[in-house]
Design a protein. Structure first.
Length: 315
């Protein structure tokens, strides 16, 4: 990693961060902000370009964030009789607020970036959207009729979508056309979160600090690697779960932030420990941009942005 950060984003904690597709800006939702905000920063000089408030006091919990085209999209959640969600979009240049969907019911609703837009996974259907235009009508998929769905992750390169059903008892991977590529049965709570490391490899994190690597083949998901994170280290230090785990797809690596000591690095396919990439040393990359161009490291002053291409260019 370069010895000096490119710039500092003055946000100490963030659960949700998204890079602009052209890597000129980054959208950040600070964890401790009250009321909640979405802040847009320039990646050329670190300047704050916009601060977008959560306007409804009944929905102060912004969850999930994607940056597609010239727009950022996120979810807001609140509860009255049941938990409800709305899909919110802001578009450049004035970042005006649009509500694309209102009062969606469900215990967990999530969204992720896909090529050309984004997908929202509700308990029993998909919604598809882009940087402009309306949200699609609900896409009722027969597989989601079998239980309550929860999105784990998406792959921006291939458009693949990983979903669990019935409180993480089934794991399913869809392609960009929402066709099932592979599925498997799980024991309960085996997959809380996931990362694609290439279109054919999915890494999941679940109960008992277990991480598994799955290979998509012939309509099924086969385990190709399995291990447990060190129990004494699973505190994620200053990071909010699940940000103690970061995938580096370009090198097929997974990084784990230990409570003490330098990060551990794993081969994403075998989940065997490997040496850290050159230059990282004790640094843990909390966020990596698409293509692994930028790495963001957290310290007491904020989010330090490093340009990894600058280091490669000097070789």
């Amino acid at each position: 990693m370069p010895s000096k950060a490119l710039l500092t984003i003055p946000v100490r904690f963030s659960n949700h961060l998204a890079f602009a597709p052209d890597l000129t800006q980054v959208a950040v939702q600070p964890t401790l902000a009250e009321p909640g905000t979405t802040e847009i920063y320039s990646l050329s000089d670190g300047s704050l370009l916009a601060s977008l408030s959560i306007t409804d006091d009944t929905s102060p919990w912004p969850c999930q964030l994607v940056y597609v085209g010239d727009a950022i999209v996120y979810l807001e959640c609140w509860e009255n009789d049941v938990r409800r969600w709305r899909v919110v979009r802001h578009r450049r240049p004035d970042w005006s607020r649009e509500i694309l969907a209102e009062s969606m019911a469900g215990h967990v609703v999530k969204l992720g970036a896909i090529p050309g837009g984004f997908v929202v996974v509700a308990p029993d259907h998909f919604l598809l959207g882009t940087a402009d235009g309306p949200l699609s009508d609900p896409v009722w998929h027969p597989t989601l009729a079998d239980g309550e769905a929860m999105l784990l992750t998406t792959d921006l390169a291939s458009g693949r979508i990983a979903v669990t059903l019935d409180d993480t008892e089934r794991l399913i991977v869809f392609d960009a056309d929402l066709q099932v590529l592979g599925e498997t049965e799980l024991h309960q709570n085996e997959a809380y979160d996931a990362w694609f490391c290439g279109s054919e490899t999915l890494v999941t994190f679940g109960m008992f600090q277990a991480i598994r690597s799955w290979r998509i083949e012939d309509g099924s998901l086969a385990v190709q690697g399995h291990t447990w994170l060190p129990k004494e280290d699973v505190q994620f230090s200053d990071y909010t779960w699940p940000l103690g785990l970061t995938a580096m797809p370009s090198r097929s690596l997974i990084s784990f932030a230990r409570a003490s000591g330098p990060p551990l690095w794993y081969n994403a396919r075998t989940l065997e420990t490997v040496a850290e990439p050159p230059g990282f040393g004790d640094w843990f990359p909390v966020w990596l941009s698409p293509g692994d161009r930028y790495a963001i490291v957290q310290d007491h002053s904020g989010l330090q942005v490093y340009d990894l291409s600058a280091r490669r260019d000097r070789r």
